[in-house]
Ligand binder design. Structure first.
Ligand SMILES: *[C@@H]1O[C@H](CO)[C@@H](O)[C@H](O)[C@H]1NC(C)=O
Ligand SMILES: *[C@@H]1O[C@H](CO)[C@@H](O)[C@H](O)[C@H]1NC(C)=O
Ligand SMILES: *[C@@H]1O[C@H](CO)[C@@H](O)[C@H](O)[C@H]1NC(C)=O
Ligand SMILES: *[C@@H]1O[C@H](CO)[C@@H](O)[C@H](O)[C@H]1NC(C)=O
Ligand SMILES: *[C@@H]1O[C@H](CO)[C@@H](O)[C@H](O)[C@H]1NC(C)=O
Ligand SMILES: *[C@@H]1O[C@H](CO)[C@@H](O)[C@H](O)[C@H]1NC(C)=O
Ligand SMILES: *[C@@H]1O[C@H](CO)[C@@H](O)[C@H](O)[C@H]1NC(C)=O
Ligand SMILES: *[C@@H]1O[C@H](CO)[C@@H](O)[C@H](O)[C@H]1NC(C)=O
Length: 477
């Protein structure tokens, strides 16, 4: 059922390497323009790299020259030109990345995003430090860093959740959602971001919107743990995306797929390490169109508020998703952050009374090990059932190590909000078809009285469950 068979995963990845123009091993026909790719240094265009003067014009001039060079060489499809950033700190307002250009931010170089509203275009949907729109064959690499100076956007530091500045001047965005993102690829084809650190985004970090063929690998993302909305990678309405060997340590959602601008097909994320005060891997909540063919494999999630999550609110449907070989520890944090320590969390419900109900079908969890302060939460809605869920080789250890109160289920955003509820190993609502195969639950004996039920469901809303090799044991330390 869900997704391509796991044995195909590696070969699918290899295939994608071949299809992308950046592939290490190119197609047999030799490139039309041999010789080293052109490189333009921002220093030669007048960048100071002192971290104080704005280098915006120099960087943009280098990109424009590089773009013109790549366009002249357009006979070689996918031929790119590099803009080099030697060691130094390059303060910049928004720069536009153009077709055929790869930013080569070298070891010891940092691109610093401006912290003034005048550093960004008038329209808030273009508030990015680096923005590529409608471009082809573009990328960012080089062992250096892009830094959004997110801490400069904190109005009041708070261990629970920082209060952030708001650029709510135009009314186009509201409250704490009014800050610039770090990097955006909008409507691009053949995007590659690799071997780079992305640090302290003021808002979302790496945003991929309506793109085709995106390859993100060997990327480290660090965001402040107490800052809201500093998501790691947000992929919206894009097809054929590969994310691999990434390390994401941030306050808000780490890898987040959305269908706000269009459907999202064929994404794989593998070999990543994640820590977040929010959801590590998420589908939603913006979910107007369909999600199909997503594979998440070999991922380690530590100390996160939630592990794997599907959060459908706007009527889109989710199909053929596989989560495999994943290790999770999930714990409570302050309830001002969405999440109640669920290792696995699937909800679909209408955001507003008038929203459409989305459905979730063919989701497979295989080889999952979790240690968690709360149980699994699976909740559809009356007209938006969860269908054909499969859990296979799943071990969950239930124990408590923080002092936050339990006994709440979290339907946010929208729907019923936070609701008092008894505690259970798995809570199930509005499901048709659930197979539980080789699932082991282990409970810390001295804390076992905190749990009301092993499983919690009503036959009137949950239909067609089967159990094979199901165990539940107490353990003592
Ligand atoms: C699950 O784990 C088993 C044992 O380690 C392994 O043989 C199998 O290939 C894994 N399944 C997937 C889908 O990765
Ligand atoms: C946004 O700005 C408008 C106009 O300045 C103000 O009325 C409103 O309260 C602000 N909203 C938030 C959530 O900051
Ligand atoms: C990217 O970084 C990885 C790990 O740091 C390193 O092994 C690899 O050689 C780098 N690749 C390139 C193309 O620089
Ligand atoms: C992704 O594929 C779907 C289905 O073919 C298509 O409707 C959509 O326009 C594609 N999106 C992009 C950005 O290519
Ligand atoms: C997604 O992958 C499937 C299976 O490889 C393929 O048949 C389909 O055309 C792809 N869809 C898009 C929109 O890339
Ligand atoms: C899983 O990912 C880690 C990096 O997080 C990597 O070191 C390891 O080799 C991967 N395992 C497999 C089986 O690919
Ligand atoms: C689950 O626990 C059993 C028994 O300890 C062990 O044999 C199995 O490998 C574990 N599976 C996973 C996916 O952690
Ligand atoms: C849950 O119950 C407690 C005690 O009965 C009450 O104080 C609290 O307001 C309730 N919370 C919600 C979200 O209903």
């Amino acid at each position: 059922m869900a997704g391509p068979p796991p044995s195909l995963l590696r070969s699918a990845l290899r295939l994608l390497f071949h299809l992308l123009p950046f592939a290490q091993s190119r197609s047999p026909s030799p490139p039309l323009l041999p010789g080293p790719a052109a490189s333009f240094s921002v220093r030669d265009f007048g960048a100071a790299g002192d971290g104080r003067c704005y280098d915006t014009a120099a960087i943009q001039d280098a990109i424009d020259a590089c773009h013109a060079h790549a366009a002249a060489a357009a006979a070689a499809p996918g031929c790119t030109c590099r803009v080099a950033f030697p060691p130094g700190k390059y303060l910049t307002a928004t720069v536009r990345l153009k077709s055929g250009v790869v930013l080569d931010i070298q070891n010891g170089a940092t691109v610093l995003g401006g912290t003034e509203i005048r550093d960004y275009p008038p329209e808030s949907e273009r508030w990015y430090v680096i923005l590529a729109e409608g471009a082809r064959d573009v990328g960012i690499t080089g062992d250096g860093a892009v830094d959004g100076q997110g801490l400069r956007f904190v109005r009041r530091f708070d261990e629970k959740k920082n209060m952030m500045v708001s650029w709510n001047k135009t009314g186009a965005c509201l409250g704490d959602e009014c800050r610039p993102r770090l990097i955006g690829f909008l409507g691009c084809t053949n995007v590659r971001v690799w071997n780079i650190s992305l640090n302290q985004p003021a808002y979302w970090c790496l945003h991929i919107v309506r793109c085709l063929n995106t390859f993100i690998h060997d990327v480290s993302i660090y965001g402040d743990f107490n800052t809201p909305n500093n998501d790691g990678i947000d992929i919206d309405g894009s097809n054929c995306t590969v994310i691999t060997r990434c390390m994401i340590d941030t306050g808000d959602d780490a890898i987040c797929t959305k269908t706000y601008t269009g459907p999202l097909y064929n994404l794989t994320a593998t070999d990543c390490w994640i820590r977040t005060k929010s959801l590590a891997i998420k589908l939603g909540s913006q979910s107007w169109f369909d999600f199909r063919g997503l594979v998440f494999d070999n991922i380690t999630i530590v100390d996160s508020h939630r592990g794997l999550g599907v959060q459908i609110r706007d009527g889109g449907s989710v199909n053929d998703i596989t989560f495999s070989n994943i290790k999770i520890t999930s714990r409570y944090y302050d309830p001002s952050w969405w999440g109640r320590a669920e290792p696995i969390y699937i909800t679909t419900c209408p955001r507003k009374r008038w929203s459409k109900e989305g459905t979730v079908s063919n989701i497979c969890f295989i080889n999952i090990t979790a240690t968690s302060e709360n149980g699994v939460f699976l909740s559809g809605s009356e007209g938006g059932l969860l269908r054909n869920l499969r859990f296979s080789n799943v071990n969950v250890t239930y124990k408590r190590w923080t002092s936050y109160e339990g006994g709440l289920v979290d339907y946010r955003p929208g729907c019923q909000g936070l609701v008092n509820h008894s505690m259970a190993g798995i809570i199930m609502e509005h499901i048709k078809g659930l197979e539980i195969k080789n699932v082991n639950m282990r409970w810390a004996e001295e804390q076992s009285r905190q749990w009301d039920n092993l499983l919690d469901f009503r036959p009137s809303t949950v239909n067609g469950i089967s159990f094979h090799d199901f165990r539940s044991d107490l353990y003592s330390r």
